[in-house]
Design a protein around this ligand. Sequence first.
Ligand SMILES: Nc1ncnc2c1ncn2[C@@H]1O[C@H](COP(=O)(O)OP(=O)(O)OP(=O)(O)O)[C@@H](O)[C@H]1O
Ligand SMILES: [Mg+2]
Length: 302
Amino acid sequence: MLAVKINKVSKYFKNNGARFDALKNLSINIQKGEIFGVLGANGAGKTTLLNCINGMLIPDKGNIKIFGKELAKNRKILEKMNSVSGETRFHWNLSANQILNFYCMLYKVPKAEREKRIKGLISDLEISEFMDKKFTTLSTGQRVRLVLAKSLINHPKLLLLDEPTLGLDPDIAIKVRKKICDVRDKYNTTILLTSHYMHEVEQLCDRIAFLHKGQLIDIGSVKDVKTSKFNTYKIIIDIKNPKKAPLQRMGFKVRGKQITKQLKHDQDISKVLSELVKGGYKIIDMEVKKPSLEDYFVKMLK
Ligand SMILES: Nc1ncnc2c1ncn2[C@@H]1O[C@H](COP(=O)(O)OP(=O)(O)OP(=O)(O)O)[C@@H](O)[C@H]1O
Ligand SMILES: [Mg+2]
């Protein structure tokens, strides 16, 4: 059974009387236990999609099944889900501690377990210093960490993370990413994530989808998607004894002791190196420059 089945979903908004298509006939299958990244430029429809999955929005066409059931007909699925969004707000007058306790009640965490569960999250997300502060007095990063703690309180089977590390210090962002992986490993949680940090997506996601103006453009493993738009990659080699003319005949660009060559994405690098060794060249250093997800993202938006 799939964790999430997005079937021909369209979502329209009215903008000054005119219809605006935020999602267009979108179909995506997400497997159980996957960390799935949704990528796209500002306004591509990522948050709209996550809000259709968590029931905040209702698709105008198509349907979404979560663990085989439609949310519209089975609101109980919400108990197995949780989400993080920049939009999340809590009552201004409640302290962080009261907020986590409130959500424990809401998600029916047994009373005997509550204290232990909250303590675990406080330690994992390093939020102890502001547990007694009221929500309105928290900084942006503190709020994000509190929202993350709230999102893990029910050990969700499906977790929707809309830009979960936005505004966090790099050291806390690293810990949050580790926590996301731990949650998946420990509870086999399926995680849907949007992020503008491409290194984060590369590090966390098993598969990604790229949306453009509400339409699905690419879907697959990070590696497959990013290489699909690039046929070549570059190798940069430093050699001790370069001989310009013979190296140029081998297809290298020669600049002092540094030589470079564009290889086809499926071309075997060891052949190139053994040719150099056979030619009597002494390799000092080597760098392989493969396209990054950031290169892919930039290329898609050109
Ligand atoms: N309630 C709404 N009413 C009208 N238009 C909306 C509404 N919510 C979203 N939109 C429009 O739908 C489009 C998709 O918005 P969405 O928030 O899903 O984008 P996004 O991919 O999450 O962008 P970002 O990267 O900036 O978060 C945008 O053009 C936005 O203006
Ligand atoms: Mg968004």
